[in-house]
Design a protein around this ligand. Sequence first.
Ligand code: HEM
Length: 194
Amino acid sequence: MSNTENEIDYGPLQPLIGRWEGTKGTDLSPEPDGEESTPYYETLVFTEAGTVANAGQQTLAVLRYHQVVKRLSDNEVFHDETGYWMWDAAKQTIMHSLLVPRAVGVLAGGTYKASNSTNTDSVELKVAAKIDDPDWSIIQSPFMRDNAKTIAFSHQINVSANHLSYKETTVLDIYGKVFDHTDENTLNRCGDDH
Ligand code: HEM
């Protein structure tokens, strides 16, 4: 892995780098008898992780991230997520890997749109995965597969110099129904990534 900071072009992932905080999150989760909506706050930190070369042909510029989400009602952590965002400049492809500590992992792929064609200071990133997609898919433990199966995932981030908003949908097969488990928040940049 190469990590010569300042020389690496993170392309449309560049504006993500740093530390973000937001207090206006909303989670919609499944319950046996319906659903639950929970207001939350969070910190989201993206750190430069350099580049990787794959099979001597592909170069990815990589950011590592960590998201910690707490309930507004009791300040308890109720979601913790980590992974990478990867940029393949040659293919103009974005990849987003994530793990949640329920024994579920996702590798989502997608593209970006820049609001200004001359730079990537303000971008929309969109990635998705599906359980039966040969390219971008989902892995999970046998328990989750059988009881709370993630069947699709989509994630959109809009980021500019000081604001980041996202909406993600995790489609679950749980409690005998298909449920759109959604999360969204708007965050502000707050300093560096320490
Ligand atoms: C900000 C993001 C997220 C928050 C705050 C959140 C929060 C929650 C909450 C509160 C539940 C209900 C748990 C319970 O009833 O005991 C839940 C369920 C679940 N979440 Fe998330 N989640 C988030 C993102 C994700 C992501 C990205 C995935 C996977 C791709 C995921 C996968 C699941 C699964 C599989 C369940 C079903 C387990 C169950 O309800 O027993 N979640 N989540």
